[in-house]
Write a protein that binds this ligand. Structure first.
Ligand SMILES: [Zn+2]
Length: 78
């Protein structure tokens, strides 16, 4: 049996070698501009630090609410 699909192939490493990230699904180096790992199909998060936009927006809203709450508490004591 030939080793056609297992392990990073030379051609892949050559093609993807530049901007590689480690796939969370299979642990192989994949090109970080791909949306999915070509080996296992897991989503690849490249460059963004892995934080989804909705999480950033939610955090920002929570911070605003906290500040507003703190301000309200301070103003209420005056
Ligand atoms: Zn993978």
């Amino acid at each position: 049996m030939r080793d056609d699909h297992d392990g990073p192939q030379a051609a892949d490493l050559e093609r993807y070698g530049d901007a590689g990230v480690t796939c969370r699904g299979c642990g192989r180096e994949v090109y970080d501009e791909l949306e999915e790992c070509p080996h296992c199909g897991a989503p690849v998060c490249g460059g963004g630090g892995g934080t989804p936009k909705w999480a950033v927006v939610t955090a920002a809203v929570l911070i605003v609410l906290l500040v507003l709450g703190a301000l309200t508490a301070v103003l209420g004591r005056m």
